[in-house]
Every structure is written in C-alpha cells, then in structure tokens.
Design a protein. Structure first.
Length: 625
C-alpha cells in the first residue's frame, strides 16, 4: 500500500489510540521499522495467547483483533485483505463453532451496520492488497471506521475512529464513498443469520483451476551432483533417494495459476477449521467417537488433549484433487505429515537452478513458516525428534530440526527406540542421560494406538505405560502416552487424521464445495457416482479400492490395513496431465496455509513411493495466455 509520509507520523508500533471496546490501533509506518526490535518474519506475527491475529500492524491484524476482543470470533487467515470478501464464516474462539458471515455489495439494499467489516478491492491506494476496516458508528449520512495501515499519526484524545466516510442512500440502495479517489469499496460483511440481498460466494473460472505441464529446456541442469552434500539435510535426502534426483524426469514441471493458489489457501484455511469443528463434535459424543475404533481407555486422554492443547498443532497436510471441475479434499494427514523437505528445500533448489523459472515454488517459505509456528508452540527448550529407522524419515527429521533451530530450540534426533531407557526413578532418558520431556515425532499416532489395542483393557486400570523394567525395551506408547511428555503433534490430531471423520464432515457440511460425499456404507448416491473404499486408519495409499458406478474395480492397492473398518468416499479421480495422475497437497502450519506441492503416479492412487513433482505458480495472465 502506498501511503504518503507526513511529519507527524509516529514510528512503527506506536500506539495511536483506541477503537471501541478499547482495541488498540498501532502505527504501521514500515519505513520506520527497527530491525533490532523486529529481526525476522516471526517477530512480526501478532498473537493474543494462542490465537494468531495477523501481521503487525496491518489492517487485517486490526480487524481480526477487533472481532476477537469484542465478539470472541475471528475470520480465517487470508493472504490479502480483499480476499476477506470471499469468506462466508467466522470461528467462535471458545468452542470452534462456525458462524455465518455474509457479504453485501457497496450499493446493496442491505444497509451497513456498526461492527461490520468494510472491504476494499485491490488497486489505487490499496494496490495489490485491498483493505479492511471496521464500521464503528453510523451518524446520518456518515460512517465512521477504525483501521490500521492508513494513518500513522496519533488520534485526538478520546476519538475512537480513524476516518469518516460519506454514506449515500438512493433508490433504496446504500453506497459508501471513500476519502481516496482511486479506490473501490467492495462492500461490507455482517455476521447474521439473514442472508437476504447477500452475494454468493465467488468461484473461479474452470480454466483457472487447471494444471498445466511444462519443461525446462536444459536437462543437463539436473545431471550429476546438483544438490549440496555439505548440507546435512540434502545429504540425507541424496542418500535416501540414491542420488541427486527428484523423479524420473526432473526437466518436467507443472504450473498452476496464482488464482488457483489463492483458492488453495482459502480451502486449506477453511477445511482446517471444518476438521477442528468436526473433531469437537466427535469428542463430545461417545457414539461418534466409537466409530474411530480407538480403545476406550484412551478416550479421557483424547478429550484432555483437545481441551488443553487445541492450538498446539504444528503442521499437517491436506490432499486434494484439483482440476477444471473444482477442488475436492480427500483427507487430512494431521498427525504425521511428510513431504516438507521436498517442497521447502529440494524443489526450491530445483526452481533456482540455472536461470530459474518464471513464477515461484509455493513451498518456498515453508521452513520460515514452521519456525514461526514453533516459536509460538509452548514447546520445551529441548525437543527430542523421534523417528523410525527409515531413510525418508531421516531427512524429514533433519528438516524439522532446522526449523526448531531457527526458532531457538535445542534438539536431538532419536532413531528408533533403542537409545531410550528408564533411570532409577522410572523417568525416561536418552542415551546421554537427558530427560525426555518434549517430543516431535514422525510416527503416526495409529502406531501407538495399535500397541494399546494389543493389551486388553481389562488387564490395567489405566493406559499400560511401562516406567522402569530394565530388561524390557521402551515401546512407543511408553514415550508418546507418558503424561509429563509434551508430544507434537498432540494426541487429538488422531481424530482429524482418521478417515472416520470424513462421513461426519459430510453430515455437518452436506454438499460443501470442497467435500466429497462419504459414508460408512456404500449408499445409493455413492453407488451412482462410484466410490473409493478406504480403511479408516490407513496410510500411504494402502488398501484402497476404486469402484466405478458400473461396479468395475478401477484400481486397487495392498497393505497392512486390510483388517480395519472402511469408509466409502465418492469417486473423484485425479486428473491426468502429461500421462501422470496429479494430486495437489497443501501444508497447514499453525492452522493456516504454509505452502503446496504435487505428488504423481501412473496409477489412480498416490502411494508412499509415488513421485513428487516440481510445482510453479504463475501470474494469471501468463498461465491463461
């Protein structure tokens, strides 16, 4: 945003005054930002307790903070202020309920109200970003608003608004005029049950949602040693993949439009909240929780984890189908997601190699996002990074260790469980005698839960955690379920990560544009569409059957989850681009979009061994030309 500097402007972060409810308004004069006070991106993230408000001290941060303090609600994270106009819900902070939010065009028969959000299109004074303000008062033909990042001078004593705009009423329609002559007010957004005269949620043109294939001209760029083996993460990646490779054809890459990435951002943020809403419903209802096949002995711990650590999730991964038909989510890998190293490091090197590529890698900032999430995680100063004896997990663990280090944490990688033992008092220690108090794991929670299933509930009064048998090896449950050990991701993430949540999501949000019809039985609608059969605790594309509406099996995979309960999900096959079936994956970091990557396979099902593909985001004009 281009704002003219005035002699009475206050330095960045200066308190300028207050909006109604005692909500502080701060100067956002970035020309005066002191890098000693704000040394990196993480220091510019604004929080109230565990709730992220936004980037200091931008307009979006103020609007979210105003709603949080005065009404106990927030809107989901957005990249730019103008994108708020496409949102259609608020989240109630105390219980994660989703409340309706409707948009009304400037010039609507629905008048603005105090407390509504006023949204500007990008352009003019608000070039590239748009703008958001809060309507604080209506006085005849005037509308008073409060905002950040427009004025940077202190307000007069007692004044609780920043600007006064003109409100016109003509032919039963209301129009607000800005004080700038080169801006466009899109309209206002009201939390209400009454949707009359509201705007429909916008959708993208089908061609903007396509995935295109492209090639880099110089294949020699990726011959030989193009990764840096002096970097421990890259060396581990090279060793795991037996060479400097990303897939069988590193010259090929895929592109999406900037608008498509914005849709992915919006979908990721919205779906994360929908999954949390569904998780809350499950944990409040024994009949729903029973559908997840989790031993009852763990139910109290699950509920306690949700109550105490609801905002402690670092990262997950949503798997999507995206093409001209739109965007549909398959599942949420909430408790042990992978592919971060490839998206945030390896493919960034690929994109920068040689003359680079037009556009950008949507995972380029993933490491910084993870570091920011760790800084606000309440993790202990020392974190044990626990991984299985798996080469892929080794470089994933090293990448997460780098994020922890960047966030100011010390850590140690523990491969397998053999380095862990009990001390004389029964506390868990590593091979250097250090107490284990905080863990980030690559293991899925389902692995630990399976160990609990192996022991009859009747044999113990509580979860069967060992605390000191020297002749016995430490098991996964002895670490992850030990009450004094803080584990990331928290135990409750097993609920959104279990596919049993998919039918519950569909029942809560029927016909939602990002969801696929899913049930515990192949109902009539699923028989008409075809369906995918998936085990509720399955991983890595194992034990999946794809069945057409003609009852023909289109694809099937094997695995170790054949004894589990299944769900039946509407058949929605991946698009085929350049002879590959392409799946889009997005990362949540701290509950919001943190980046994206692509997986591919010659078959219809993405599996553990499926390729990862370079993804480049292009400006719409370049993508659609």
């Amino acid at each position: 945003m281009s704002v003219e500097t005035h002699h009475n402007d206050a330095p960045f972060g200066t308190l300028l005054g207050y909006a109604p409810g005692g909500v502080a308004i701060y100067s956002s004069d970035y020309s005066t930002l002191d890098p000693r006070v704000y040394p990196d991106e993480a220091s510019l993230r604004s929080y109230i307790d565990d709730e992220y408000m936004g980037h200091k001290w931008q307009c979006v941060e103020f609007a979210r903070r105003f709603l949080f303090i005065n009404y106990g609600v927030v809107f989901t994270d957005v990249g730019m202020a103008y994108e708020i106009f496409s949102l259609r819900f608020l989240r109630q902070v105390v219980n994660d309920n989703l409340l309706p939010l409707y948009a009304f065009a400037n010039g609507s028969p629905r008048p603005p109200v105090a407390g509504a959000l006023l949204i500007w299109q990008k352009g003019g004074e608000f070039k590239g970003t748009g703008h958001v303000a809060v309507i604080t008062q209506l006085r005849g033909d005037k509308v008073r608003i409060a905002e950040q990042n427009v004025i940077h001078a202190p307000l007069p004593p007692g004044q609780q608004w920043t600007r006064e705009l003109t409100l016109q009423r003509e032919n039963g329609r209301y129009t607000i005029q800005d004080t700038f002559d080169d801006t466009e007010i899109l309209g206002w957004m009201i939390h209400t049950e009454d949707a009359r005269d509201s705007l429909a949620q916008p959708t993208l043109a089908p061609q903007a949602m396509a995935i295109h294939a492209a090639r880099r001209p110089d294949r020699a760029l990726f011959e030989g040693r193009w990764l840096n083996e002096d970097d421990p993460v890259e060396l581990s990646y090279v060793q795991a993949n037996q060479g400097h490779v990303i897939n069988h054809d590193p010259s090929q890459y895929f592109t999406i439009s900037e608008s498509a990435e914005q849709e992915l951002i919006k979908a990721t943020n919205e779906l994360h909240l929908m999954y949390l809403h569904a998780t809350d419903k499950v944990l409040r209802d024994d009949s729903l929780l029973a559908l997840f096949d989790i031993p009852k002995i763990l139910w109290p711990r699950l509920r306690l984890s949700w109550q105490q650590r609801r905002h402690c999730m670092i990262t997950g991964r949503l798997d999507f189908c995206m093409d001209e038909r739109g965007l549909k989510v398959y599942e949420y890998n909430a408790d042990s997601a992978s592919c971060h190293t490839e998206a945030g490091l390896i493919l960034q090197h690929w994109a920068e190699r040689g003359d680079g590529v037009n556009g950008y890698n949507p995972g380029e900032d993933l490491l910084n996002e993870l570091a920011g999430a760790w800084r606000h995680s309440h993790a202990h100063p020392f974190v044990h990074i626990m991984q299985d004896e798996d080469e892929e997990e080794s470089y994933h663990a090293l990448f997460m260790q780098r994020a922890l280090s960047q966030a100011g944490f010390d850590s140690k990688i523990v491969k397998g469980l053999a380095p862990l033992r009990w001390d004389a008092t029964g506390q868990l220690i590593d091979d250097e005698g250090r107490l284990v108090t905080c863990v980030w794991k690559t293991w899925a929670w389902e692995t630990a839960i399976e160990q609990v299933r192996e022991v009859s509930d009747a044999e113990y009064a509580a979860v069967p955690i060992r605390t000191g048998k020297p002749e016995k090896q430490v098991r996964l449950i002895d670490v992850l379920l030990r009450p004094e050990i803080m584990v990331f991701e928290p135990l409750w993430t097993v609920i959104p990560g279990n596919k049993a949540i998919l039918p519950i999501l569909w029942s809560l949000f029927p016909n939602h544009r990002y969801l696929l019809n899913t049930d515990f039985v192949p109902n009539t609608a699923l028989a008409r569409s075809g369906y995918a059969v998936k085990p509720i605790g399955g991983r890595c594309g194992s034990n999946i059957d794809l069945v057409s509406r003609h009852e023909e099996v289109l694809d099937t995979t094997s695995g170790k989850f054949h004894d589990q309960k299944n769900i039946y999900q509407q058949l929605w096959c991946l698009p085929q681009v350049a002879d590959k079936h392409i799946q889009v994956c997005t990362f949540t970091v701290g509950g919001s979009y943190g980046g994206a990557c692509l997986r591919s396979d010659r078959s219809l099902v993405i599996k553990k061994e499926s390729d990862i593909e370079p993804l480049v985001v292009l400006k719409d004009s370049a993508f659609l030309c």
